[in-house]
Design a protein around this ligand. Structure first.
Ligand code: S6P
Ligand code: ZN
Length: 181
C-alpha cells in the first residue's frame, strides 16, 4: 500500500472519521476562544483518520492527518485516549509535519516525544496519548495497533491531561495544566 506522506491519503481504506472543533468538547482551556472559532471559523476541521482492517487479523493500522491551528495559545490536538485494554500499546510513525506526542501514565508520569518525518514513537501499554500539531503544515502520522485495544476517552475528557502544549512567541512549550485536578 502507498501512503501519501504529505496528506495521509492511502488506499484501500476500510474506515474513516474526522473531528471538527465542536467534536473535541472542552479539550481546549480557552473555552471562549473555542466557541468563537466554532462560530467565526465555521467549526474548523482539526483532524481526519483513515484506517485499514482485515477480518481475522490482530493488527490494524491507519493514518491521522492533523490540520495546523490554535485555539487561544493552544495548538490543535487530538482528543487523546487510553486504550481500554491496559496490555496493548501502539506505534506512531510520523510522515510529515511537526508535532509533539504527549504521553501520560496512570500514575501521573508525563513524557513528550517530538514528531517529525522519520520519528517512530512506541506508546507503552496503559499510557494515554494525544498528538499536537505544533507546526504550520499538516501533521501526518501512521499508527499500528491491536484491533482489540479499544479507545477509552472518558478519563481524558473528565480530567484533561497534566500537561498542555502552548505557543510561546512562536515556540511550542510544554506547561503544567493549571486546571488539572
Ligand atoms: C488509535 C490511534 C489513533 C487515534 C487518532 C485520533 O488507537 O491512537 O488512530 O485514534 O490519532 O486520536 P483520538 O484521540 O481522537 O482517537
Ligand atoms: Zn491509541
Amino acid at each position: 500500500m502507498q501512503i501519501d506522506a504529505a496528506t495521509g491519503a492511502m488506499s484501500p481504506v476500510t474506515g474513516r472519521f474526522s473531528r471538527r472543533l465542536s467534536d473535541l468538547g472542552d479539550a481546549f482551556r480557552d473555552m471562549q476562544a473555542c466557541r468563537r472559532a466554532i462560530i467565526d471559523r465555521d467549526d474548523p476541521l482539526v483532524y481526519e483518520v483513515a484506517e485499514f482492517k482485515q477480518a481475522g487479523s490482530d493488527l490494524f493500522f491507519g493514518t491521522t492527518t492533523m490540520q495546523p491551528g490554535k485555539i487561544g495559545d493552544e495548538f490543535f490536538m487530538t482528543r487523546g485516549h487510553f486504550h481500554q485494554r491496559p496490555d496493548m500499546g501502539e506505534v506512531y510513525c510520523t510522515q510529515s509535519g511537526r508535532g509533539l506526542l504527549l504521553l501520560e501514565s496512570r500514575d501521573g508520569r508525563s513524557e513528550t516525544v517530538e514528531m517529525r518525518r522519520g520519528s517512530c514513537a512506541f506508546i507503552p501499554p496503559d499510557w494515554a496519548h494525544r498528538s499536537i500539531n505544533t507546526g504550520s503544515d499538516q501533521l501526518v502520522f501512521t499508527w499500528f495497533c491491536n484491533v482489540l485495544a479499544g479507545n477509552d476517552y472518558a478519563s481524558i475528557a473528565r480530567r484533561g491531561m497534566r500537561k498542555l502544549v502552548v505557543d510561546r512567541a512562536g515556540k511550542a512549550e510544554v506547561i503544567d495544566n493549571p486546571a488539572w485536578v
